[in-house]
Design a protein around this ligand. Structure first.
Ligand SMILES: Cc1ncc(C[n+]2csc(CCOP(=O)(O)OP(=O)(O)O)c2C)c(N)n1
Ligand SMILES: [Mg+2]
Length: 776
């Protein structure tokens, strides 16, 4: 009743203009109560925006918190799921303490942090369930008792009927069936996805029928598939008890198709379902409303009398109203307080200026705002400060001081926590230099990694890896060769070809305290996984305001090799979509291993792009493989020079170094800098300091024009105050706009080559001194 009334009141709040948008869980209540009754401490939910009843029933959502999110209240105590950063209906529990350390997840009811893209909760669900399998079967994890009790935890997924059409849903189902993990997926089937009915979504119009082939038999592993009606409480309880037992005790995945659910108020506040549902359908939804049906059930079975139920409803209704009003007063009161402070300061400022009328008008308009929001207050004060730009007096100073203070508070409210703010922030990991014995052997790059991973598997029980061809053969480039045999199939494992859920496997296990290394075989195939990295991993810490972390490391390899799908370097794509992750672009495997060490000491998610053409190149084997760290955000000067700085990274380091040697022969000394990481990027201004010396710069990479090279240019020119030191136009060198053609000639004519770089730098020097460097 509490949930139902929250839905009914929520819609009204939106229509009164007190909240921007609303999407509610009415019509889905009863099944969620059944699910909540079998959900246990330590379990995880990964669901979607209809799950308010479940969250209330497990005690993780009060009416106050519900409305705090609807209003976008930024107070994390009032709105612990997202501190006002997410629309209503996006649920999450807090896994972390304020200092970023883990809580004891076995003593909590846990929910992943919801995302809006339909079915994007599915990949993570696989990992949440897989973690239980690891905790049960990997004896090396027995000390991780604040994350799991013998792998008994079930991961509970929820998804709308229409959202099951997404590829991610099928990929997750298949992977869970193969892996036999304790996952229970409920499909809330209300027959529609906004306005589109099931016949347009699903083969045979029924997801449980369409998935029948995934069903387990006496002789074959698969899913337990159950079908139950959303208004039938006894059947729901039977289904959920059965599902919970199967998943918890035997790690068998279960799909519960909950049919005949309804939407009493339509899809969301953005439209009305009368537009697309027939009168018969609307009547049917009224008649089969699960709350009404449940009441009927209770009365017919003599479980309670009508007046008792009426009393419960009246109390629930009153509670919702009261908590809603309390939180509205708190939320709007805070803004009103800021508003009255601003009005007071503006009035004071109006006394000291020749622009008195303008400032007074701004103050008056602000004080009359109905349901003011923070933007009204801040934008008014900023307009006033522009008006007062020529003046200098104490009241203006007071206004300026006030807005500076507000900016800091608003940064914390709206912009903080993109990256870790804990002691394990990757920027706080101390640098440890790689050491070499006198007789350090030169080995293939892949052997550096192999030795490093061997050491790490030995010493870090939380660390494990998985991906296509990672297990038996130890990845396509053999950095894990022999390590499955040595450390076991739970530490080094093969997966199906399913990039999106490989990442999901990583997300869920990272959310439960493990340190997954998820491998994407080639950088070009990251596109299959990019959506979930962007929508879930990269924004997780931000969207929960530090309530959850998933320190997943994605390992992949790219830049140069052969052809369109094995030579990509789409760094611009990564940089635009994966803010919130660390992006490492090591030039060789020694640097890569040091970066993995750094990342494993930190609590941030990251992607490491190894050089595809570097595994067979010789490198000296460091003696402190498990210990040395490569700091992030700290470029390394590979070659000193006085004429021009080239900043680059990855496989291009070798190409640029070769060009620099050629240029040196003709009297041009280039300083070559390896950025090493792109996010974070050169936090100490090392490239800027080099430009102060050389007064010229080129940013080079093998992404398309305007991609990674343009990013580096923007970071340095805007961020490092070097414009005034430049004596030549700053430039970029990149690959062609198309994907690289096949074979060595294709590479030569598609990617930047030594001659391209030599000629571009020479052209700059020709402009500087045409006598010494005549045009070619
Ligand atoms: C990838 C993606 N496409 C489109 C949308 C817009 N959208 C939000 S909910 C929704 C319908 C989902 O229907 P269903 O899965 O049946 O869930 P229901 O709302 O009916 O419970 C759509 C199309 C979205 N959020 N994500
Ligand atoms: Mg639906």
């Amino acid at each position: 009743m509490m949930s139902r009334h929250a839905s009914l009141v929520g819609r009204k709040e939106v229509f009164m203009g007190k909240a921007k948008f609303g999407i509610f869980g009415d019509g889905k209540e009863l099944a969620q109560i059944a699910m909540a009754r079998v959900f246990q401490l330590g379990d995880f939910r990964a669901g979607y925006y209809r799950d308010q009843t479940f969250m209330m029933a497990i005690g993780e959502l009060t009416a106050k918190q519900y409305f705090a999110q609807l209003y976008a209240y930024t107070n994390v105590e009032a709105e612990p799921a997202s501190a006002g950063r997410l629309m209503n209906g996006h649920f999450a529990t807090r896994s972390l303490n304020a200092d970023g350390s883990w809580k004891d997840l076995t003593k909590k009811y846990n929910s992943g942090a919801d995302v809006s893209p339909t079915a994007a909760q599915m990949p993570k669900l696989l990992g949440l369930a897989y973690a239980s399998k690891l905790y049960r079967e990997n004896k090396g994890l027995k000390d991780f008792d604040t994350f799991s009790v013998n792998g008994n935890e079930v991961a509970w997924g929820t998804i709308g009927n229409a959202s099951t059409s997404e590829g991610m849903f099928y990929e997750t189902i298949n992977a869970a069936g193969v892996m036999q993990v304790p996952m229970v997926i409920s499909v809330w089937d209300d027959g529609y996805g906004i306005s589109v009915s099931n016949e347009f979504h699903t083969t045979k119009g029924s997801i449980s029928e369409a998935l029948a082939g995934f069903g387990r038999t006496d002789t074959e592993l698969g899913f337990e598939i159950l079908r139950v009606k959303g208004w039938d409480y006894e059947a729901l309880m039977n289904a959920y008890v059965q599902a919970g037992d199967l998943a918890r005790t035997q790690h068998i995945p279960v799909l519960i198709h909950v049919t005949e659910m309804t939407q009493p108020q339509g899809h969301s506040t953005s439209g009305s379902h009368e537009r697309y549902k027939s009168a018969e359908r609307l009547k049917w939804e009224k008649d089969w409303d699960c709350v009404a049906k449940f009441r009927e059930y209770i009365l017919t079975n003599g479980i309670a009398k009508a007046d008792a139920l009426d009393k419960i409803e009246a109390e629930a209704k009153a509670l919702v109203k009261q908590e809603k009003e309390e939180i509205w007063l708190e939320f709007s009161g805070q803004i009103k307080k800021e508003l009255s402070e601003a009005v007071k300061l503006l009035k004071a400022a109006s006394q000291d200026t020749t622009r008195k009328a303008v400032i007074n008008q701004l103050a008056d308009e602000l004080s009359k705002a109905i349901n003011p929001i923070r933007k009204d207050v801040i934008s008014t004060v900023r307009k006033a400060l522009l008006t007062l730009r020529l003046e200098s007096n104490p009241s203006k100073t007071a206004l300026k001081k006030w807005i500076d203070e507000q900016s800091e508070l608003n940064f914390d409210r709206y912009n903080s926590h993109l990256y870790s703010q804990s002691d394990r922030s990757v920027l706080k990991i101390e640098e440890v230099i790689a050491e070499y014995d006198d007789k350090a052997p030169s080995v293939d790059g892949r052997e550096i990694l192999q030795n490093f991973f061997d050491y790490t598997l030995e010493h870090n029980p939380a660390f494990f890896t998985f991906g296509e061809d990672v297990g038996k053969i130890g990845d396509v480039n053999q950095a894990f060769a022999g390590l499955q045999a040595k450390h076991g199939e739970l530490r080094v494992s093969d997966t199906g070809i399913r990039e999106c859920t490989i990442i999901g496997q990583g997300i869920g296990t990272a959310l439960r305290g493990l340190r997954p290394l998820a491998e994407i075989q080639y950088l070009d195939y990251l596109l299959y996984a990019l959506q979930i990295l962007a929508d879930d991993v990269a924004c997780l810490h931000y969207r929960t305001k530090g309530g959850q972390k998933a320190p997943l490391i994605v390992r992949t390899r790219g830049h140069r090799l052969e052809g369109v799908w094995h030579s990509g370097s789409p760094m611009g794509m990564i940089l635009s979509t994966l803010r919130g992750m660390v992006v490492c672009v090591p030039r060789d495997m020694t640097q890569a291993a040091g970066m993995y060490n750094t990342l494993l000491k930190s609590d941030e998610p990251a992607i490491v792009i190894e050089c595809l053409n570097g595994y067979r190149l010789k490198e000296r084997l460091p003696s402190n493989l498990g210990e040395y760290t490569v700091p992030v955000g700290k470029p390394e000067i590979l070659r000193e020079g006085t004429d021009l700085t080239v900043a680059t990274y990855g496989s291009m380091c070798k190409v640029v170094m070769e060009a620099a040697e050629e240029l040196s022969d003709i009297g041009i000394e280039v300083e070559v800098i390896d950025a090493q990481t792109l996010l974070p990027f050169d936090v100490h201004g090392i490239i800027g300091a080099s430009i102060k010396k050389t007064n010229r710069v080129i940013f080079a990479d093998e992404d398309v024009p305007g991609g990674g090279s343009a990013y580096m240019l923007q970071q340095v020119i805007e961020g490092q105050n070097v414009f005034k030191y430049l004596d030549s136009e700053p430039q970029t060198i990149s690959a062609r706009s198309h994907r690289p053609a096949y074979s060595s000639d294709g590479d030569y004519f598609s990617k930047p080559n030594v001659e391209d770089i030599v000629e571009k730098i020479y052209a700059v020097m020709n402009e500087v001194n045409p006598k010494k460097f005549p045009a070619l």
